[in-house]
Design a protein around this ligand. Sequence first.
Ligand SMILES: NC(=O)c1ccc[n+]([C@@H]2O[C@H](COP(=O)([O-])OP(=O)(O)OC[C@H]3O[C@@H](n4cnc5c(N)ncnc54)[C@H](O)[C@@H]3O)[C@@H](O)[C@H]2O)c1
Ligand SMILES: [Zn+2]
Length: 361
Amino acid sequence: MPVETVAVPVTHPYSVFIGAGIDLAEIFSGSLEPGGCAIFTDSTVGPLHAARVRNALQSAGWRVAGKIELPAGESSKSLDVYADSLGRLARMGLTRDGTIFALGGGVVGDLAGFVAGTYMRGIDLVMLPTSLLAMVDSAVGGKVGIDLPEGKNLVGAFVRPRLVAADLDWVATLPEREISNGLAEAIKMGLLSGGDFFGDLGLIGAALTGDLAALQTLVLDSVGFKARVVAEDELEGGLRQVLNYGHTIGHALEAAAGYKLQHGRAVAAGMVAAASLSKERFGRDLRSVHEDLLSAAGLPLRVPDVGVERALLAMGRDKKRSAADGPSWHRFVLLEDIGKPVRSVPVSEEEVREAIGAVVE
Ligand SMILES: NC(=O)c1ccc[n+]([C@@H]2O[C@H](COP(=O)([O-])OP(=O)(O)OC[C@H]3O[C@@H](n4cnc5c(N)ncnc54)[C@H](O)[C@@H]3O)[C@@H](O)[C@H]2O)c1
Ligand SMILES: [Zn+2]
């Protein structure tokens, strides 16, 4: 399978390499000047894949100052882990011209990316996404950040990577449950995009079993779609908001569950809720389309043990809310049809309460 490349044409453009068995040393050498660097990974991915990355870096002439292995899981996107990571980089002696290589899922990418954007006012970042979710979504687009107990992703920045390399061989060690989580974001983008990408969602079943060709198609579709959206509106002044489809309620469910609910699962339930709100607003009933796709991806349509009122409270703190909206209205991305998202649709608190209630067990 040939390695494919997607260009992200933002102010400082970067390439996303997507394929199985990528020659990392060759790609590093072709795109970057070697220097000092640190590898960020987590306690699950590090033991499986960090040695290969370290070897590739060394053979491409890099000096690896050290490796930071975060505890696996969302709880590493915290102020404590952030502060600890900065201190460790300083003690390693990583300098301003250094680079952080983020090897892991969305948690490693978001945390390490925020560290890269702020350590010494910003050093270079390379994303090596190992979860399907990170490959299809979080490694591309430049959003990085951490959570607060008060809400998800409440602290962050835009930090463009210099390079992204998604080796599909990494998916071989990813548990099926995590493939499902990544498919939630791919389904989101297929619904937003419509057209051929929506048709390719027929490959979900094969992707779930680890079929490399199916995975490559869905990662290419997703990254291509996200790159087009981000190129048009990198800092989320308008169009980029569509990528939050399913996330207004999804993030609220995550925060209300104390981040014990996985992002992909929360977004799946958030999309089911958004499909109900879309039907109320625009008449088109896309609920069974959503349910069929999410079920094929092995995702539950409801989430357990989340208080509806807690979720509403977390929604009130969502950073996408505008102060002018007042307490009883929320803004949503909804679907008029497949491939036809509408941004900033006002929805009343009562309608939201009902929509959340329907996706909580
Ligand atoms: N920045 C963005 O634009 C953006 C977009 C979407 C999601 N996100 C964020 O991404 C996070 C979710 O990402 P995620 O689902 O990748 O979570 P994650 O990083 O926690 O990874 C999920 C689990 O899979 C493990 N894992 C990852 N790759 C593996 C591999 N190859 N083999 C075995 N295990 C592996 C991890 O150790 C972890 O336990 C959330 O915090 C979410 O907010 C950010
Ligand atoms: Zn997401």
